[in-house]
Each structure stands twice: as C-alpha cells, then as structure tokens.
Design a protein around this ligand. Sequence first.
Ligand code: N7H
Length: 505
Amino acid sequence: MTESSAVVIVDKAEVQGNLAGFNQDHQRLLYITFPDAATGQAVLAALRPQLATAEDVLAVNKLYKRMVGERHASHLSVRATWVNILLSMPGLGKLGAEGLDQFPPEFRTSMGSQSGALGDTDRSDPGQWRAPFTGGAEVDALVIVAGDDISGTSLIDARLNEISTLIAGAGGVVVDQQAGDVRPDTQRGHEHFGFKDGISQPTVKGLTRSSKGGDQVPAGEFIIGYPDATGAISGEAGAVLPVPQPGELGYGQPQPPAPVGLPAWTKNGSFVVYRRLQQDVQGFQSSTQSAAATTALAAEAVGAKLVGRWASGAPMERVPGMATGVDPSLSDPSTADPTVLDDNRINNFEYQQHDADGLRVPRAAHIRKVYPRDQQPPGEADAERHRILRRGIPYGPEVVSGESAYPGSGAVPETQDRGLLFICYQASIANGFAFIQSQWVNAPDFPQAGDGVDPIISQQHDGATFTMPPHGPLTLSRWVITTGGGYFFSPSLSAVAELSGQASS
Ligand code: N7H
C-alpha cells in the first residue's frame, strides 16, 4: 500500500468537533475581538476546556444514532452542547502566532479584499455588509455554540450564557452574535428556498463514517498534516494545489506557485469560510413562476433544475433500482418511490455517461457547478481536489403571508432578513471555497461555453444567464446576497493551548 492509499487515522482528540459535524438544531455564532495579546490568550485559556473535539462529537452522534435512530428509544435523550473557536488572521496576529507569513495569501488578505474574484459586488459589496463586517472588516475570533432541543426546550441558552461570561471575564468583547436555527416542522432540514440541504458531503478518510454514499476523500483535503489526494502532506511546502489569483475569473487561468509550508502548530487545523448569505425567497419564487410560464415546466421543476435536486432532496438523475420509464428530471421520483431518499440511493449518481448535455441536471445547476462529479471537464480527478465540508445552518424568520417584496436596494428589514449561515472547512481556501466560487460558480463558460452561472449562489449582477437545456438561457436575478463573513482558522486543541500561552496537556 502506498502512503496515499493507506488510511491514515486522524487524531480525533486534536481536531475541533465541527469538522466532524455538530449536526444540531441551533447554533449561536459569537463575533469576538480582543484588545491585545494578553486578553486573547486569556480568552483562549478560558475556552480551551470547553472545546468539543471531533472525538466527542463522533461519540455522541454515534450514541444518538444507536439509541434514537436504530432503537427508537425516544424516552432517552442524548444531550450535548458543543463549543468551538475559530481565529482570523488579525486574531492570530494579536496572539503573536508564529509563521503567519507562511499562511496562504487569501487568508492573510481577507475575504472582503477578494470581493472582485468572489463576485461580491453591488448589493453583495463588502461596503454594504452588516456590522461588524462592514467594509470587509474582520473580527478576531468566531465562537460557535451548538445545541439541540430536548422536549421543546433549547439547550443552548444556558451554555451560551456560560461561554459569554467566560469570554467577558477574560477581557474579550462579544461585538455581536448571530443565531442560526433549523427551520420548523416539515421544513426541518430544508434551507429557506425550500430545498433539503446537507445531503451530499464527502466522507473524511480516517475520521468520519460514510453516510448517504459520500465519497471517501483523503483527510489532507480538509485537515492540515495529512495525506491529500496526491499523497502529499497538506500544509507542507508544495502540497497545496496551485490556486487562482484574486481578480482572475474563468476556468483554467494560469496559476501562481504553491506557497511555502505552514508552521508546525497548524497540524490538525483547518481553514474555515463563513458567509452570511441572505436569501430573497419571494424573488426566487416569482422568478421560478415566470420561468415556468415560458418553459411549460411547473415552477417546482424550474426550481429543481436551478438547484439540481427536487425540494425533497430527490435526485434528478437516475439512481440504481429506479423503474424503467421513470424520468426523475420530469417529476419528483420520491412521490412514487420514497426509497430514492434512502442513504444508499439519494446520492448515487454521476453526470458524464447519461447526462453529458445537462438535459436532466443543467450543467450550470447549483449542485453540478459546485461539485461536477465525473463530468468532463473538469474530470473526476480534478473535481475531487476541490471538496469542502459544509457545516451551515439557516437563520432568520419564516416568510409570512402578505409579506412585502424584498427591497431591490438598501437595508432589508429584520423581519425579512433570512438566509444561510454558510460555513465550510477545507485544507486550502484558495483550492476549496474560493476556487469553487470564482472558477466554477461565477464562470459563465464553465464547464462549457455558454452554460451560464450558478443560478443560486453566483454573485454576478442581476441579468446573468443560466442555460437550461432544452429550454435555452434564463435571465437571472440575484436571490442570494452576501451580507458578511470572513476567513478563519480552526486550530487543534494543542494549538489553542500553545496560542494561549499554556503548555499542551
Ligand atoms: Fe449549496 N440550495 O438550497 O439551493 N446546496 N447552497 N453551496 N452546495 C446544495 O447535497 C444552497 C453554497 C455546495 O455534492 C444543495 O446537501 C443555498 C455555497 C456543495 O452534489 C442545496 C445556498 C457553496 C454542495 C443547496 C448554498 C455551496 C451543495 C443540495 C446559499 C460553496 C454539494 C443538498 C444560500 C461555494 C453538491 C445537498 C454535491 C449542495 C443550496 C450555498 C456548495 C439544496 C440556498 C456558498 C459543494
């Protein structure tokens, strides 16, 4: 066995828990600043004993699955609230972290400064972002507190108070906080446009178990210090794939040289992207309705073509065991056969052999842009080098009947401010999120000339097009608006100890 094919076991007690997936109903994101190094160290020292590791999270999730999922022991409750901390470049700088000049350029220069490459323009321009991110400003740290409901009561509040008190006691400042919650009742697990989310996730070799048929991806694609898909150790000199430079849009641009290796303390860490993405639900619905009128498709089918799955999560491609004669791209196949939603079927499809032309899932549909699977171009080997672990959660109120249309410009009222707190983990932001967003999502000629932009998350101006064969191009509006966010690093437990000035234990 070569090193790249051997499964290297991830040090679960070192990696922070959200990398394995908190998977809980409520999250509170605390935006933190610390005035100086001593305060930052005190905040880390106070929070370190509170931090959940991947080992903790996997153990509780396994217990939950066994007791509630398999034994249906609903009289038993498996309770946990989780805390993780992420640090930005300014935060690491204040803490005096060593080797920051070895960090990749996109992390050193912030998300806001790359708005051109990411397409964060017009209403998504950093100048319009909400405090504390206005103008692309960065906070020093982001603390995630996550918890479930037990008997209708959220467990998160007590833990949130405890954590806020610890931070304040150490001299840290919680400048603001953001709530994220699963949607209610039948919309549980669905994002605000109504689509089931959290279905297709890569399995991290040596860390997470496969669920829903997610591909096994080497840990080094997500965590620093492990073999990546090429067998190189992530974070070591030359290991990170060449990346697009900010400002270069379009697939296949020339690449700058790979960065020098990351400092040793980054082992078992991961880079994190946080984007507060506001969703114009009524805008999305009225666009799918008008497109339905011109294409003779139902509005639900147009929405499904934009996303690449039905709202139920059912695939639009054929999956094993589907009756002959069923075309899953014309109507939701789970209505007649709910087992297409089973873990071993829902994600069991590719594109190249049976849907190269995008007649079922358009080539620019959201899920096909962000992960083209075996489609040529870019080809499976390349697609597998740009994987991310998504850990987002919806935020904001439900749409109420009679609600007025979203304002085309200016502030969106709090009562209509809803969307997705998009969070993803990867070993390289340039190779993960930033590549996907700038080289695939926003590129109208990826994978092929004229395919158009990702209709869901492309941050192109209103009026961009999306090709939906055989119906031709649709003209899009912007339904997802970036309202804040930043790049962070999720340090290992030992690194938190080291950065806090305490010896690792
Ligand atoms: Fe997406 N949506 O509701 O339309 N996403 N996403 N995403 N997304 C996915 O498989 C959505 C965003 C990915 O493996 C599903 O979990 C919305 C960003 C990736 O086949 C749905 C927003 C980025 C996948 C949505 C949003 C991605 C994925 C299908 C913003 C990265 C897996 C359910 C408001 C740049 C693709 C599922 C695969 C799936 C939606 C954001 C990436 C329904 C509304 C910013 C990699």
